[in-house]
Design a protein around this ligand. Structure first.
Ligand SMILES: Nc1ncnc2c1ncn2[C@@H]1O[C@H](COP(=O)(O)OP(=O)(O)O)[C@@H](O)[C@H]1O
Ligand SMILES: [Mg+2]
Length: 207
């Protein structure tokens, strides 16, 4: 039996794999048609490389981040890799998470993505899903939601963030080469980030 944290990664991996063609199609429209392929390869490697019995959530995230960094490639590999590694650092030694732990993990992941990719909100990237998700999570927690309720809010805001990416011009990454022609298309990275959050929520509800 895989540990709880490994089960979460398996569910994230299945979600990414189910949406591989969709993500690649989105990246075909404003990039180079590899996002789904890259992400599916990365998460397959994560589920293969994680010790099935690992219970330290921080150590598992760090290992997953290192694996994503070395297998996903493109712009998103180093960015997601850094996000998971930085989140892993703040969760090191933990075998269960409080809402406050998740808030710290979100903050560390976002800081890592921004340090590496130099993007801010509104540039049509994964950050346009992840930052609103993190804000919604904290808002829900402050209103008294439990982990699942806060994550539900995070997913909703991430989906709104994806919709928002359709309305703006890409100014970072490959899609920025298209300038105004990037308008009308949703960002592949914002979409994959949202799918991951939805997978975590599904896993949490199933647990
Ligand atoms: N500087 C950046 N900061 C944050 N996210 C970025 C940045 N550049 C690109 N991205 C994200 O990476 C996604 C593209 O990933 P991918 O297709 O795997 O890489 P590549 O563009 O190198 O082919 C974009 O949809 C966007 O969300
Ligand atoms: Mg690409």
């Amino acid at each position: 039996m895989p540990s709880e944290i490994v089960k979460y990664f398996i569910i994230i991996g299945s979600k990414i794999s189910e949406n591989k063609d969709f993500l690649t199609e989105l990246d075909r429209e404003i990039g180079d048609s590899d996002h789904g392929i890259n992400m599916a390869r990365g998460f397959k490697a994560v589920t293969e490389k994680l010790d099935p019995e690992i219970t330290d959530i921080g150590a598992a995230l760090k290992k997953a981040g290192m694996t994503l960094l070395s297998t996903v490639g493109g712009a998103s590999g180093p960015l997601y890799g850094t996000a998971f590694m930085e989140a892993g650092k703040v969760l090191m030694g933990k075998t269960s998470l409080t809402p406050a732990d998740v808030e710290s993990a979100f903050a560390a992941a976002i800081a890592g993505i921004q340090k590496r990719g130099k993007a801010v909100r509104g540039e049509k990237t994964m950050l346009d899903a992840i930052i609103p998700a993190s804000e919604a999570f904290s808002r829900k927690v402050s209103e008294g939601s439990d982990l699942a309720g806060a994550l539900e809010g995070a997913c909703e805001s991430a989906r709104e963030g994806v919709e928002y990416t359709k309305t703006i011009i890409a100014t970072k990454g490959r899609a920025s080469y298209l300038g105004e022609r990037s308008i009308g298309h949703q960002d592949p990275g914002a979409t994959s980030a949202t799918l991951m959050l939805e997978a975590v929520l599904e896993a949490l509800k199933g647990a």
